[in-house]
Write a protein that binds this ligand. Structure first.
Ligand SMILES: Nc1ncnc2c1ncn2[C@@H]1O[C@H](COP(=O)(O)OP(=O)(O)O)[C@@H](O)[C@H]1O
Ligand SMILES: [Mg+2]
Length: 228
């Protein structure tokens, strides 16, 4: 469960960010986060994994519920709990953030080791996720040897390898041609089918028409369509 209650975030020294955002996403939902560049999509996603926190003193809060865990509350969370939260959230960043000096395999392995995986299970998980993202034959390539579509898939493989309950994807088809975008969407469709909660930021309207999921529409930091 992801819940925002009157969340406002203003970047220091500006009036920009997100403004009085309220919504709720149930476990297993696939939700699109839409809006033009600068609307606040990335800022909103950062509040889900608590890289940013709501402005203090304005009453806003973010609540994240995960199976078997007390609710994570942005108003009273400590750093160690944020680390715990992030173990169960996979993030596909807009700018990939791959480790450039490591190959595909090691990029995925690194993310799993941080989550405490090792040995045979680690190896099996990497093999499985590279298969699902069609990267098996590229496992020894370094990021600079990969196409844009392949780099995007590595960033997805890394985000989903730990089998997180929630996956956040920041414009994962933004730099891809139709065919590569299709491949990426297929991965998210399968994830959704297996029960993962997905929040995908996008401004690709064609994509929205083809996948009829709920939309949270941002405009100048505000939610245009409200859902509770
Ligand atoms: N670190 C920052 N410092 C100051 N302003 C920022 C920062 N990050 C984003 N913004 C501003 O906040 C608004 C929302 O940005 P962002 O969440 O990145 O939108 P989107 O992802 O929809 O393009 C924009 O006006 C942007 O310029
Ligand atoms: Mg963005």
């Amino acid at each position: 469960m992801i819940q925002f209650l009157h969340v406002t975030h203003t970047y220091e020294g500006t009036w920009k960010g997100i403004d009085d955002i309220t919504f709720r996403i149930e476990p297993g939902e696939f939700v699109f986060l839409t809006g033009t560049s600068g609307a606040g999509k990335t800022t909103l996603l950062k509040h889900i994994y608590m890289e940013e926190l709501p402005d203090t003193g304005r009453g806003g809060r973010v609540l994240i519920g995960l199976p078997g865990e007390d609710v994570f509350d942005s108003n009273r969370i400590r750093r160690s709990r944020i680390q715990r939260l992030r173990r169960d959230i996979g993030v596909v960043f807009q700018d990939f953030r791959l480790l450039t000096d490591r190959d595909v395999w090691d990029n995925v392995a690194f993310a799993l080791r941080v989550r405490g995986h090792s040995g045979k299970l680690l190896k099996r998980r990497i093999e499985d996720v590279l298969e699902r993202t069609r990267l098996t034959s590229r496992r020894h390539a370094h990021p600079h040897e990969l196409s844009g579509g392949e780099q995007q898939r590595v960033s997805i493989a890394r985000a989903i390898a730990g089998e997180p309950y929630i996956v956040l994807a920041d414009e994962p088809t933004g730099n891809l041609d139709r065919e590569n975008a299709e491949g990426v969407l297929d991965i998210f469709r399968q994830l959704h089918a297996s029960g993962t909660t997905i929040v995908m930021a996008t401004h690709d309207l064609q994509l929205l028409e083809r996948l009829p999921h709920r939309q949270l529409q941002l405009e100048n930091g505000r939610l245009k369509t409200r859902w509770f």
